[in-house]
Design a protein around this ligand. Structure first.
Ligand code: PGA
Length: 258
C-alpha cells in the first residue's frame, strides 16, 4: 500500500498577518517549478489570526500545492465558549486539516485524551482531516513506558471512530524531548515507534486501516534529517515546527520528501 507523504508546518504562535502572507508566498515561490502530482501533501498551520492572510495568499496563487490547517479547535458547534473556534468556523476560514493533541496544548492548556477524541470526531464530521499528535516525555522514555503511553493516547484518541474515518486521519508521533530542542529522535527508533502505532491501529481496526493511515514524525525535523526519516518503512512525512518558519528550509523539507 503506498501512502502519500505529508509535510505539515506548525507555525505555533508566530507570524503577524503580513509575515504569514510573505511566508506563504515564499513557500509557493520555492515550490513553483515542482510538479504538483509529485509533491507530498503540503500543509501549513498558521495561528487563528493569520489564517485569513495565509488563505488569501493560497487562493490568489491558485496553484493548489499548499493546504491550510489550524493548530487547534473546539469540539462544540457554537455557543457560549469564549475564546474558542469551532471546526465549522475553521473550515469557513479555509482550513482542511486541524492539529489536535499537540504536547504543548496538553501541557499548557490542559488538553486531555478525551478532548482530543471529541475534537477528532468534530473534525471528521465536518469533512476535515485531524492531525492527531502523540508522544512521550523524557521521563516516560527513561522509565521504559513509551510504547504503553503512546498506545494509550492513540486508543483513547480514536475511540468510537469508524475505520473509514481513521483511514482519512493523520497521526503525528512527536517525542516531547525532541520538540524544539534540536535533538531529533533517531530515525530507526522513530520508525519503530511509528510501526508500533500502526500495529495498535491494526489491533483496533484491521490491516487495511493500519496500512492506509499516514503517520508522521515530528521533533526537530530539519532539511538535513528529512531524507533519512523518509527512507524508513513506516514514516509517512513530518510535522515541522521551527524549520517551517522560513520558506527556504520548509521547501527543502518538502523537496526532501519527494
Ligand atoms: P520542532 O516542533 O520542529 O520545532 O521541534 C515540532 C512540533 O512541535 O510540531
Amino acid at each position: 500500500m503506498s501512502r502519500r507523504p505529508v509535510i505539515a508546518g506548525n507555525w505555533k504562535m508566530h507570524n503577524l498577518q503580513q509575515e504569514a502572507m510573505d511566508l506563504t508566498n515564499g513557500i509557493m515561490q520555492e515550490l513553483r517549478s515542482e510538479d504538483k502530482a509529485a509533491l507530498p501533501e503540503v500543509v501549513i498551520a498558521p495561528t487563528f489570526t493569520a489564517l485569513y492572510a495565509a488563505n488569501k495568499a493560497l487562493t490568489d496563487c491558485g496553484c493548489g500545492k499548499v493546504k491550510l490547517a489550524a493548530q487547534n479547535c473546539y469540539f462544540e458547534t457554537k455557543g457560549a465558549f469564549t475564546g474558542e473556534c469551532s471546526v465549522e468556523m475553521l473550515k469557513d476560514a479555509g482550513c482542511e486539516y486541524i492539529i489536535i493533541g499537540h504536547s504543548e496544548r496538553r501541557e499548557y492548556f490542559g488538553e486531555t485524551d478525551e478532548m482530543v477524541n471529541k475534537k477528532a470526531k468534530a473534525i471528521l464530521a465536518n469533512g476535515l482531516i485531524p492531525i492527531i499528535c502523540c508522544g512521550e516525555s523524557l521521563e516516560q522514555r527513561e522509565a521504559g513506558v513509551t510504547d504503553y503511553h503512546i498506545a494509550s493516547q492513540i486508543t483513547k484518541a480514536l475511540r468510537e471512530l469508524s475505520a473509514e474515518d481513521v483511514t482519512k486521519s493523520i497521526i503525528a508521533y512527536e517525542p516531547i524531548w525532541a520538540i524544539g530542542t534540536g535533538k531529533t529522535c533517531d530515525s530507526i527508533e522513530a520508525n519503530r515507534v511509528i510501526a508500533m502505532i500502526r500495529n495498535v491501529v491494526k489491533g483496533l481496526y484491521d490491516a487495511n486501516t493500519s496500512d492506509a493511515i499516514r503517520i508522521l514524525y515530528g521533533g526537530s525535523v530539519k532539511p538535513s534529517t528529512i531524507k533519512e526519516q523518509m527512507a524508513q518503512s513506516d514514516i509517512d512525512g513530518a510535522l515541522v515546527g521551527g524549520a517551517s518558519l522560513t520558506a527556504d528550509s520548509f521547501a527543502q523539507i518538502v523537496k526532501g520528501a519527494m
